[in-house]
Design a protein around this ligand. Structure first.
Ligand SMILES: [Fe+2]
Ligand SMILES: [Fe+2]
Length: 296
């Protein structure tokens, strides 16, 4: 698999990628350390960390009947679940970015931009960890560790492969759509959370632009049979990731202090309003993936 997916870009593509890397490196300055920028004193679990419309149980009559603070507690626990998703994706990406520094196959200009991405992802992971710490919740394990195949592929396919960058692009798109939905509801959420997602959106816009271009170059001359194979693999990985991302595990309902957490999760799984929210989020991601050739 790693060899089959390895596609070195041709010289014109190398030029395009180097030009983009130069521009993005320029746009990455000045670096803003999220730990220093975010007003952590404002981060309170007395506020909502997600707007009501983004909760997995939104619209479920039994949940809507609960006291307001209990519903806010779920918003904190579900935000922690989102942060865990960010940490899982960023850890894999940082690992590969750091490894890529050991080779010189991309030239200095692209290496420089990869270091900007590495620094920014480290900053995001720091702010996600700090946020989890402020939540006072202590999730025992990351539900994303169940995605063994995705984790294995992300570690072992070639760094230059369209498969690697397709998964990077899809992961970043999911987190980005979620952050955008959150940011539209500024008054409904805690100001430090709003700050956090705003910082993430600005940095991720560059990361997404970069990933889109790398995918585009890597797929440009790909034979149809390989494109189809790639589409099947990415579709399978994507399905499993979004199922965990949008449908938190029992642990999340437990951390929110809800009794009978298994039953709450079942209600979330069959919640039509959640399904409508997820469908709306995925619609725009599918379009991006289709335009990039990642999805049919
Ligand atoms: Fe990030
Ligand atoms: Fe990113």
């Amino acid at each position: 698999m790693p060899t089959m997916q390895n596609t070195r870009s041709s010289p014109p593509h190398d030029d395009r990628l180097a030009t983009l890397a130069e521009q993005l490196s320029h746009n990455s300055l000045p670096y803003r350390d999220p730990l220093a920028v975010i007003d952590w004193t404002a981060l309170s679990t007395g506020d909502a960390w997600l707007p009501p419309e983004m909760l997995s149980l939104h619209g479920v009559a039994e949940f809507d009947a609960l006291p307001e603070q209990q519903r806010r507690d779920l918003s904190v626990a579900e935000f922690v679940h989102f942060a865990q998703g960010g940490l899982w994706l960023e850890a894999l990406f940082m690992e590969r970015l750091a490894q890529a520094m050991q080779g010189d196959s991309h030239g200095l200009t692209r290496q420089l931009y990869q270091l900007h991405e590495l620094r920014e992802e480290a900053g995001h992971s720091l702010m996600f960890c700090e946020t989890i710490r402020h939540s006072g919740l202590n999730p025992a394990r990351s539900p994303y560790s169940r995605l063994r195949l995705a984790g294995w592929l992300a570690r072992h396919v070639s760094f230059d492969s369209p498969l690697f960058w397709s998964t990077v692009l899809l992961g970043e798109e999911v987190a980005d759509r979620f952050s955008r939905a959150l940011r539209q509801q500024q008054v409904a959420v805690n100001p430090a959370i709003y700050q956090l997602v705003s910082i993430h959106l600005v940095d991720e816009a560059r990361h997404i632009a970069h990933a889109r271009e790398v995918v585009g170059c890597a797929m440009a001359d790909m034979p149809a049979w390989r494109r189809k194979l790639l589409q099947r693999i990415t579709a399978g990985l994507f399905r499993r990731f979004v199922q965990i991302f949008y449908y938190p595990p029992v642990q999340t309902y437990e951390l929110a202090g809800l009794s009978q957490p298994r039953q709450w999760r079942q209600l979330a799984l069959s919640n039509p309003q959640r399904q409508a929210f997820v469908t709306a989020q995925l619609r725009s991601i599918h379009k991006v993936a289709h335009d990039a050739g990642i999805f049919p």
